[in-house]
Design a protein around this ligand. Structure first.
Ligand code: GDP
Length: 289
């Protein structure tokens, strides 16, 4: 289990291993080390505090299961509590569905929509994409280019400013697809009109999923963004992009906590193939690295 944890925590665990008795002071020292590493990775203070409390309580109260020494027992608790922080497991259904993509401008929403089109296509499903981003000039061309690369139909009306109209027409046009992906507009800040629009799009599409795209580097702002979107359309999955960069993605965990959902995918590069299913072990290892 130790190799699933990053170097930051490994060092702390080694300290623990050198101790003859694992008492309150030893657990507190471990938790302190863990806190430091998590805060450096942009995990929200409240989440870190909650995690610390659970680890401390469990490590001191729970008896190790038979055959497990105290050190292994504490390590197991740390790991289980970290996994809990990642939210619930998000299954990806390989069948007919409509997915509404939400997120701020620059989060990687359009790129991720293209990547998802490719993902479902590779699973043998008929995919269609609608570009409802009427705010950012060039959004349609960008999405269309991505879709053309993999021969996925992409519906859009670059001159139209009414996203609802585009989506209604797109649904008709792409009625033979099994997986319908809808890229919505993002802006620099959360504006009321953006929220009103996405609520309406959610209503007319009767979306099966509403996934929130978050840049790994977003940090503490992730919580507020997620809260607004969640309140509006009830987010049921988070996608963290740009995990190939230096950011560790800890900020995005606030989005997970805020929405009560889990992480569905990880964006790991700029090409259409750079999408990975979320793996808690790898994420934890990076977070604590
Ligand atoms: P949108 O405004 O949310 O639609 O964002 P875009 O999809 O246009 O992405 C913004 C920038 O981030 C583009 O330059 C993308 O190539 C880049 N990008 C998106 N996802 C990733 C990723 O997972 N890794 C890296 N390195 N770049 C990404």
């Amino acid at each position: 289990m130790l190799d699933r944890l990053g170097t930051g925590l490994k060092d702390a665990m080694k300290k623990l291993a050198g101790k003859t008795v694992i008492d309150r002071a030893a657990v507190e020292e471990l938790v302190k080390d863990l806190q430091r590493v998590l805060l450096q990775s942009d995990v929200n203070v409240k989440l870190v505090m909650g995690l610390s409390k659970s680890i401390k309580e469990r490590a001191l109260d729970e008896e190790p299961p038979k055959g497990m020494n105290v050190r292994e027992h504490v390590l197991r608790i740390v790991y289980q509590e970290l996994v809990k922080l990642m939210g619930k497991e998000c299954e990806v259904t390989l069948g007919p569905q409509t997915i509404l993509m939400a997120g701020l401008q620059g989060s990687g929403k359009t790129t991720t929509t293209g990547k998802l089109a490719r993902f479902f296509q590779k699973k043998g499903l008929r995919v269609g994409v609608i570009c409802a981003d009427v705010f950012r000039p060039g959004a349609y061309d960008q999405l269309k280019t991505l879709c053309n690369k993999v021969n996925v139909p992409c519906y859009g009306e670059p001159a139209e400013t009414d996203a609802v109209k585009i989506v209604k027409a797109g649904i008709k046009e792409l009625k033979n697809t099994e997986v319908l992906l809808i890229d919505t507009q993002g802006r620099h800040a959360l504006e009321d009109s953006l929220i009103d629009e996405i609520i309406e799009l959610n209503n007319i599409t009767k979306a099966t999923h509403r996934w929130l795209v978050i840049d790994a580097a977003l940090g503490q702002q992730a919580r507020e963004q997620a809260a607004r979107f969640h309140e509006a359309i009830s987010i049921d999955g988070v996608i963290i992009t740009k995990m190939d960069g230096t950011a560790k993605g800890g900020g995005a965990l606030s989005a997970v906590a805020e929405t009560g959902s889990g992480i569905v995918f990880i964006g790991s590069g700029e090409t259409i193939e750079d999408l990975e299913r979320f793996d808690p072990d790898r994420f934890i290892s990076r977070l604590l690295g």
